[in-house]
Design a protein around this ligand. Structure first.
Ligand SMILES: [Cu+2]
Length: 126
């Protein structure tokens, strides 16, 4: 009986600690109330991105759904350290980041010479 009570107390303390930690972890990442999520769908095909221009406000959370229409491609944005995996035509992958720098940034496909062939676009953070 004592063991059962001890186990119950430990479980309750663990749950309390867990509940206590949850909101803290959320507030450390980003404060969702202050950040607008902007979602864009970008299509990749030989050898272009559509659209090849994206505009957001500084502080926005940017979600990019990369739809690969044809070929083998990825979507890379070095400035924010995000990239999709290399995916095949018909596949899709989503990346998300906070646009915390104010400037123009190039996104591109890192496969072979695709970047030089025109698989580039500009993200403008205003
Ligand atoms: Cu490509």
């Amino acid at each position: 009986m004592k063991t059962l009570i001890t186990v119950l107390i430990v479980v309750i303390i663990a749950a309390a600690v867990w509940l206590f930690l949850q909101p803290q972890q959320q507030s450390v990442t980003i404060s969702p109330s202050e950040s607008t999520v902007r979602e864009f769908t970008v299509e990749g095909s030989p050898f272009k991105f559509v659209p090849n221009e994206i505009r957001v406000q500084q502080g926005d959370t940017v979600r990019i759904v990369f739809n690969n229409v044809q070929g083998t491609h990825d979507f890379v944005l070095d400035a924010f350290n995000v990239r999709t995996e290399i995916i095949q035509g018909g596949e899709s992958q989503t990346i998300e980041f906070v646009a915390d720098q104010n400037d123009k940034f190039e996104y591109y496909c890192s496969i072979g010479n695709h970047r030089a062939m025109g698989m580039v676009g500009t993200l403008t953070v205003e």
